[in-house]
Design a binder for this molecule. Structure first.
Ligand SMILES: Cc1cc2nc3c(=O)[nH]c(=O)nc-3n(C[C@H](O)[C@H](O)[C@H](O)COP(=O)(O)OP(=O)(O)OC[C@H]3O[C@@H](n4cnc5c(N)ncnc54)[C@H](O)[C@@H]3O)c2cc1C
Length: 387
């Protein structure tokens, strides 16, 4: 159904690039509009769990991923102030990868180009018009473009989401995240470590290319802009984690220009599709990062959206089926990530009790903690779809 059809994708992030390749591999003529002047990504790491790796494999990108991303061996939960181990989860079931965002975006972009996708850079979409006419959008540069099929992969502040749903009302969670990349120790094991403390936690893991990713989350009253490109003073980050163990403080000594990001909760979009347009990735279901599934959900969306468009006769039926398949799962993941934020930040007696419980579960049944997320990581959206 897709051969020769023209699809316009807004946004060249993880969602847009993945869906562009998936559609082009099925014969569509795909053009991606992106506001930046080139494919570029802010430096930070991503954990890609097996459900995301399965999509990248189905898109023919497994080898390219393995070349740039170490395979994760375990997740360790650690008491931040003392540095004592709380629980260890071996990542034995399925393939987890730790990857630099820039490396993932580069391999997706290369994959899209190789499949024939065209790119239009420096095209900032100001407005999207949907109605009883083909989908249209107007760029800041003055172009008015009409699309046959329009896919909004334009992230948190999506114009396509706004056209379908009206303006969104996110609210500040009173949590901020610093993100930084430092040099990794030469012998760093491919393990994601979560250091938990009262009102704050820090996640770190080695990426490929001799780098280590750090995400540090702190609860605070003050509002912080929801932007991925706001820099902060490294002393503020060091001061926030001054009570943590020497391993954490040692890493933070090497941070010189951390990014600061206000964590907002956005409702999952009510309308995902209509009038020849659909949304995906953060445009449809932005999530807090506490389950490491934002990019992975975008990859799953990409596969399902392309597969639906290729097997339904009408775009409307394909989009409706895509939403029906994706919305319940994405909503459940977003809610599970919201719940995790609270679990990591306990203080006082509640922290002692919770950590003792986790230690006991970890000792008695090492797989039990990870099994709680089998429904997330064990899913295979490519199954039975020729992938
Ligand atoms: C600290 C942190 C840690 C994270 N950790 C993980 C993790 O471990 N695992 C994981 O799976 N996910 C993680 N995520 C989430 C993940 O990064 C996002 O969910 C994912 O990047 C969403 O991809 P996207 O393509 O939908 O949106 P984006 O990556 O935001 O891409 C949107 C694209 O659209 C373009 N665009 C936007 N507006 C316009 C416009 N008006 N006109 C033209 N172009 C436009 C943008 O320039 C951009 O290129 C993390 C996020 C953060 C911030």
């Amino acid at each position: 159904m897709l051969v020769g059809r023209k699809v316009t994708v807004l946004g060249a992030g993880i969602a847009g690039l993945a869906v562009a390749r998936a559609l082009a591999l099925r014969g569509a003529q795909v053009t991606v509009y992106e506001q930046a002047d080139a494919i570029r990504e802010v430096g930070a790491g991503l954990q890609i769990s097996p459900n995301g790796v399965r999509v990248l494999s189905a898109l023919g990108l497994a080898d390219a991923l393995a070349d740039v991303a170490p395979r994760g061996e375990a997740v360790e939960l650690i008491d931040g102030p003392s540095g004592d181990a709380v629980a260890r989860m071996a990542l034995a079931r399925g393939e987890y990868r730790f990857v630099h965002r820039g490396a993932l975006v580069a391999l997706l972009a290369e994959g899209a180009r190789a499949a024939g996708v065209q790119f239009r850079f420096l095209q900032q979409i100001d407005r999207v018009q949907l109605g009883a006419h083909p989908p249209r959008f107007i760029t800041h540069q003055g172009a008015e473009v009409e699309a046959e099929i329009l896919i909004g992969a334009d992230g948190l502040h999506s114009k396509v989401r706004e056209a379908l749903n009206g303006p969104a009302m996110p609210f500040f969670t009173h949590q901020v995240a610093w993100r930084a990349v430092i040099a990794a120790e030469p012998d760093a094991a491919p393990v994601a470590q979560v250091f938990m403390g009262p009102g704050r936690h820090l996640v770190s893991y080695p990426l490929g290319g001799g780098l280590r990713n750090i995400v540090a989350v702190e609860e605070r009253r003050r509002w912080v802009e929801e932007s991925w490109t706001l820099q902060d003073d490294p002393e503020a980050l060091r001061a926030s984690f001054a009570g943590f163990c020497p391993q954490v403080r040692g890493w933070l000594d090497h941070v010189d220009a951390p990014m600061l990001w206000g964590l907002f909760r956005h409702p999952v979009a009510v309308r995902w599709q209509g009038y020849g347009a659909a949304i995906m990735g953060d445009a449809a279901h932005p999530t807090l990062p506490f389950l490491a599934q934002g990019a992975v959900m975008a990859l799953e969306d990409a596969w399902v959206l392309a597969e639906r468009l290729s097997c339904h006769e009408t775009t409307a039926a394909a989009f409706a089926s895509y939403k029906a398949m994706r919305a319940p799962r994405c909503t459940r993941i977003v809610e599970a990530a919201n719940a995790n934020a609270r679990n990591y930040h306990l203080g006082g007696a509640r922290r002692a009790v919770a950590h003792a419980g986790l230690r006991a579960i970890s000792a008695l049944s090492p797989n039990a903690l990870l099994n709680r997320y089998a429904w997330v990581h064990g899913a295979d959206v490519t199954e039975g779809a020729g992938g």
